[in-house]
Design a protein around this ligand. Structure first.
Ligand SMILES: [Zn+2]
Length: 139
């Protein structure tokens, strides 16, 4: 792993690394439109990394079909790969999900919606915040 400390990166540096669309979601907590993301319905086996810093965040084995329009996972790869914090924007109280390695915005997590998954959590993540690396994943 690189020793790069992404938490020290200036927004100017992020703007150089990311496309305008990636910057809007990852650094300005934007949301891509539902149903348009490249990984919404992806079932390919592999590991999803943070598109900003490359940290491994989610696996295909925890991805499920939520029909909400965004890639959905019932659990992150490990608890310490992400940060969850309260988000009171847009007149709602939601739980924002960020990459623990670079604190870029990934999406939100919702609980208790009744999905038939082991956790009843839905990590609703923007495709543009992720990069899928195809590789075997242990179940
Ligand atoms: Zn990251």
């Amino acid at each position: 792993m690189s020793q790069e400390n992404y938490l020290n990166w200036t927004e100017e540096k992020w703007r150089e690394k990311l496309s305008p669309e990636e910057y809007f979601v990852l650094r300005e907590a934007g949301t891509e439109r539902p149903g348009v993301g490249e990984y919404t319905d992806t079932k390919t086996e592999g590991v999803y990394s943070c598109r900003a810093c490359g940290a491994e965040l989610f696996r295909s084995t925890e991805k499920f079909e939520s029909h909400c329009g965004w890639p959905s996972f019932f659990s992150p790869l490990a608890g310490d790969t992400i940060i969850e914090r309260e988000d009171r924007s847009m007149g709602m109280t939601r739980t924002e999900v960020l990459c623990a390695n670079c604190e870029s915005h990934l999406g939100h997590v919702f609980a208790g919606e009744g999905y038939n998954t082991p956790t009843d959590l839905r990590y609703c993540i923007n495709s543009i915040s992720l990069t899928l690396e195809e590789k075997p994943v242990e179940g």
